[in-house]
Design a protein around this ligand. Structure first.
Ligand SMILES: [Zn+2]
Length: 480
C-alpha cells in the first residue's frame, strides 16, 4: 500500500531540508495536498505493468512500458521513454505507474502488479529513506520519482503495489508485455511534456538534514552539484565515442551513467588512473592550452608534430612519445587471452576499459582488459609528461621504441607483483584481492603458469613475468 508518509514532514525541526528547494519558491509541508480516501469506495482497478528494453550495436538503448487493465477499458497505456530518462526497466516501471495514475480516475482504488521488487519497495517500505536522501542513491532519475510520489499522494483512491506471483494472470501480463514491445517502435515521449510541473509545490525537494550522516550529506551535495553542471561539449563527444565503441564491441550502447560508473571500476587499482580517465573524458588534461601569462605558450603544441595536443593525439597519434609501442605490447598481451583490440584503436575503447572486454567474457578476461588498457594509457601520458616538461620536448629525448617497451614491461610486471602481494587474505583481510580472480586475470599471459601458482600461494613474485618471451631468442624468465 502506498501511504503518503508525511507525518514527519509536518514536524518543523525535522522538516528542514537541504539543498534548499528553489530559492524563489518557499516550500512548506502544509502545502502538500494529500488525497483523503473514501472508505465506501470499493471500486478497484487492477493494473499489470511490463517493460521492454532494446539494446542495439549502433543506436542508443531504448526502453518502453505497457500497462494492461482488469476490468478491461478502452484506454491503451503504453509508451517509450523520453531520451533524457535512463533507459532501464526500473525507470520504465516508474513512468508506467505515473502514466497509469494520470489516466485512471483519481477516486478509483488501484492495485498495481509489477515484476520489480525494487520499485515496489521504493514506493512503500523504502520511500522515506530515499526521499530523505533526496533520491541521490536511487538508480531512477530523481525528477521522475519526485513527480510520481507527488501524484500518488494526491490520489484520494487507494493505491497498492505488489509483485507478481507465479500464478498471477498470465494473459494480462502477456498483453502488457505485448504493449511494451509495440511501444518500442514509437517515437519517444516528449521530454518536457513527460515531466512537466516540476515546480509544483506538491513535490518534496531536498534531503532531510537531521536524518543524514556527514558522508551522506556530502553525497547529496555532490549529486546536486553534478545536476547543475551542464555537460561540456567535449565531454559529450567523448561519451558518444565511448558508447559507440561499446556498440561494436559488446552489441549495445551503454548509457552515460554506466560509462561514468565504469571509469570508477575497482579493477582500476590506482585512484590517479581513475582520475586520469575522468580527465580524458572531460578533455581536461593539462595540455594543449595556452593560459594567460603562460611562460611556455609553445607547450600547447606537440614539439614534433606541431599540432595542438589533445588526448587523442597523445594517446593514439603521436609518433614520438612511445604510444605505438606501448599499444602493440598491450595488444599482444590481450591477444594471448583471446581479446582483440580494434585495428585502429580509438579513444572510445580506452574510455570504456572498465566495461566488459567482449561478449560473454569471463571475469578474468574483463579484468585483464581493464587493467592493461588503463595502465597503458596512464603510462603513455606519464611518459609524455616527462618528455614535454622535464626534458622540454627536446627531439633527442623522444621516447624510443625499446625504451617504451622496457617501461611498459616494468609497469605491467610491477602491477602483477602488486596483485600477488595484495591477494594475501591473511594480511589484508577483506581488503585483499580475491586470489582466484587474480589467477583468472593473469593466467594465459604469463611466461610460467607454475610460477604464477606458486607466487599466488606465497603472495610474492617468485619470478613470474608478463610478456618476457615475446622476443624470440630471449630465454623465458629474463626481464626484457
Ligand atoms: Zn606529436
Amino acid at each position: 500500500m502506498f501511504t503518503p508518509k508525511l507525518q514527519d514532514y509536518l514536524d518543523q525541526p525535522a522538516g528542514f531540508r537541504f539543498p534548499a528547494p528553489h530559492t524563489h519558491t518557499s516550500w512548506s509541508s502544509e502545502e502538500i495536498r494529500i488525497g483523503t480516501p473514501n472508505p465506501d469506495n470499493h471500486t478497484w482497478a487492477h493494473l499489470y505493468i511490463e517493460t521492454a528494453v532494446k539494446y542495439g550495436p549502433y543506436e542508443r538503448t531504448v526502453a518502453s512500458y505497457g500497462v494492461s487493465e482488469k476490468p478491461a477499458t478502452h484506454r491503451v497505456i503504453h509508451g517509450k521513454l523520453p531520451d533524457k530518462l535512463n533507459p532501464t526497466d526500473h525507470t520504465a516501471v516508474c513512468l508506467a505507474v505515473l502514466r497509469a495514475i494520470e489516466l485512471v480516475p483519481p477516486n478509483t482504488n488501484i492495485k498495481i502488479s509489477t515484476s520489480s521488487k525494487h520499485i515496489r519497495d521504493t514506493l512503500t517500505s523504502k520511500l522515506m529513506h530515499y526521499e530523505d536522501m533526496n533520491w541521490v542513491n536511487h538508480d531512477v532519475d530523481a525528477p521522475l520519482l519526485r513527480m510520481l510520489v507527488a501524484r500518488l499522494r494526491e490520489r484520494p483512491g487507494l493505491t497498492t503495489i505488489k509483485t507478481y506471483t507465479p500464478t498471477s494472470d498470465r494473459d494480462l501480463r502477456e498483453r502488457a508485455r505485448d504493449l511494451a514491445k509495440r511501444a518500442l517502435l514509437h517515437p519517444p515521449e516528449d521530454s518536457d511534456g513527460a515531466l512537466s510541473d516540476l515546480n509544483d509545490n506538491m513535490l518534496v525537494y531536498g534531503a532531510k538534514l537531521v536524518k543524514l550522516t556527514q558522508s551522506q550529506i556530502y553525497k547529496v551535495l555532490l549529486a546536486q552539484k553534478a545536476a547543475n553542471t551542464p555537460t561540456r561539449p567535449s565531454t559529450k563527444t567523448h561519451l558518444e565515442l565511448a558508447s559507440a565503441a561499446c556498440g561494436e564491441r559488446l552489441g549495445y550502447m551503454p548509457s552515460p551513467k554506466e560509462i561514468w560508473k565504469s571509469i570508477r571500476s575497482k579493477n582500476i587499482a590506482h585512484k590517479k588512473i581513475r582520475a586520469f580517465l575522468w580527465r580524458v573524458m572531460h578533455n581536461a588534461l593539462p595540455c594543449g592550452r595556452v593560459w594567460p601569462n603562460d611562460p611556455h605558450p609553445e607547450r600547447a603544441l606537440c614539439p614534433t608534430c606541431q599540432v595542438r595536443e589533445t588526448p587523442q593525439h597523445i594517446l593514439l597519434e603521436c609518433p614520438d612519445n612511445g604510444q605505438e609501442t606501448v599499444w602493440n605490447e598491450a595488444r599482444t598481451t590481450l591477444e594471448r587471452k583471446g581479446i582483440t583490440l580494434p585495428v585502429a584503436l580509438d579513444i572510445g575503447t580506452i574510455l570504456t576499459c572498465g566495461l566488459p572486454a567482449k561478449r560473454n567474457a569471463t571475469p578474468g578476461e574483463n579484468r585483464l582488459f581493464t587493467v592493461v588498457i588503463a595502465e597503458a594509457s596512464w603510462l603513455i601520458w606519464a611518459r609524455r609528461c616527462k618528455w614535454i616538461m622535464e626534458d622540454e620536448g627536446k627531439p633527442e629525448k623522444r621516447v624510443s621504441a625499446p625504451e617504451a617497451r622496457n617501461t611498459w614491461r616494468k609497469r605491467i610486471n610491477s602491477t602483477l607483483t602488486f596483485e600477488l602481494l595484495a591477494s594475501n587474505e591473511k594480511k589484508y583481510k577483506k581488503k585483499a584481492l580475491d586470489p582466484t580472480l587474480v589467477y583468472d586475470t593473469w593466467t594465459g599471459v604469463v611466461d610460467s603458469e607454475e610460477k604464477l601458482k606458486i607466487s599466488l600461494s606465497t603472495h610474492r613474485n617468485s619470478g613470474v613475468l608478463v610478456g618476457s618471451d615475446f622476443d624470440r631468442g630471449r630465454p623465458p624468465g629474463q626481464p626484457g
